[in-house]
Every structure is written in structure tokens, then in C-alpha cells.
Design a protein around this ligand. Structure first.
Ligand code: FES
Length: 202
């Protein structure tokens, strides 16, 4: 073979080039494979739909919210729990969005940057302590920087008990969308600019 010594089957130049390419490929895959795994892995995770009991139907009225604690992330104790505000649907107020749920469950995650909001009964408002976000009785933004109404949870009645299901997001018309992160508007082209991702959980 030209360029090779007697008995050699590959030239040194070709051997060195091949070695450099192999080392480059190994180095690149050391970065690329873990990143690919993190990006694609959640798609294959099994999401268990779970319903959580928050009390008998008689606990809730149409005129105010009752705070209840539910588990958002299982297996991490208190850190995985969150407050959800629950009330009975009021047909004279709840005129927007789907009318299929008899109970309204509002998430306490502010839709600006995610601080926990609190329902102030005297003002009939949800107030965010971080940057002055204010939401009305139905969770619609009436002041401050939040970009969309407060998220909600599916509800259902089993026997005489109210149960809370998965979280969903809403736009200004209170139409349902799969869950989005805080800071992601859903009106107009917002729903396309911020598509739901498999890593978004409750
Ligand atoms: S996080 Fe609620 S207003 Fe900023």
C-alpha cells in the first residue's frame, strides 16, 4: 500500500485521522446523549391521573372559597403540597368557559412568576404578595403583571365527596388549555408561542 511500511494495512496518516474522528465522536456524544435523554425522557414517563378528596360537598358554597391542601408532587412530603381554593359553581358569576364542572378549584400559583396567591375574603380578590398581582373572584387578572387568569383543577363528585383532578390553564375567556407555566399568556398567538410541554406538571 502506498505510504505504508511493509506489512501494514493502513497508513499512519489514515490511522491518526481515524483516531481523531473517533475521539471527537466520543466527546460529542458525552455531551449530546445526556441532553437528548433529558429532553426526550419525559415523553415516555407514565403520568398517573389521580383524584384527591377535599371533603364533602356540603363544605363548599357559591359565595366564598374554602382553602384545601392537595399533593402536587408525590413522595417529597410537605414540599410537594399546595393550597387550592374550592367553591361551588355560581351560575350568575361563572358565565365564561365550559360549564361542565359543578365545583371550581383555583390554583394558588401566580401567573406572573409563580408566587403563592391568597384569597382575601373581605376584598373577594386573590392577592399576590410578590409584585402586586390581583385577581378577581373568578381568578381573572384585574391588576398587576400576571399574564393570564389563575390556573384551575378539574373537579368531580363521587358520592357526596368533592375530588380534585389535574391542573389546567385558562385564557381570558376561561377556555381550557393543557397546563402552561407562569408567565406564558394564552390569548391570541400566546397559545402557539407557549405550547404545553410534557415536563409541565401540576
Ligand atoms: S409573582 Fe405574582 S405578581 Fe409577580
Amino acid at each position: 500500500m502506498p505510504g505504508a511500511f511493509e506489512g501494514e494495512t493502513v497508513t499512519r496518516r489514515r490511522f491518526m485521522t481515524g483516531s481523531a474522528h473517533a475521539a471527537g465522536a466520543i466527546a460529542a456524544s458525552a455531551f449530546a446523549l445526556p441532553a437528548l435523554g433529558f429532553a426526550v425522557g419525559p415523553v415516555f414517563e407514565r403520568h398517573h391521573e389521580s383524584w384527591q378528596d377535599v371533603g364533602p360537598t356540603g363544605d363548599f358554597s357559591e359565595t366564598s372559597y374554602v382553602p384545601k391542601t392537595i399533593t402536587i408532587v408525590a413522595g417529597i412530603g410537605e414540599a410537594g403540597k399546595s393550597t387550592v381554593y374550592v367553591r361551588k359553581r355560581n351560575p350568575s358569576i361563572d358565565t365564561k368557559g365550559p360549564q361542565d364542572l359543578e365545583y371550581i378549584a383555583i390554583s394558588t400559583r401566580c401567573m406572573h412568576l409563580g408566587c403563592p396567591v391568597r384569597f382575601v375574603d373581605a376584598a373577594q380578590r386573590f392577592i399576590c404578595p410578590c409584585h402586586g398581582g390581583v385577581y378577581d373572584f373568578t381568578g381573572q387578572v384585574v391588576g398587576g403583571p400576571p399574564v393570564r387568569p389563575l390556573d384551575r383543577f378539574y373537579t368531580r363528585i363521587v358520592g357526596d365527596r368533592v375530588q380534585i383532578g389535574a391542573r389546567y390553564s385558562v385564557n381570558r375567556e376561561l377556555q381550557r388549555f393543557s397546563p402552561r407555566d407562569p408567565g406564558e399568556p394564552l390569548d391570541g398567538i400566546g397559545q402557539y408561542l407557549y405550547p404545553s410541554r410534557p415536563t409541565i406538571r401540576k
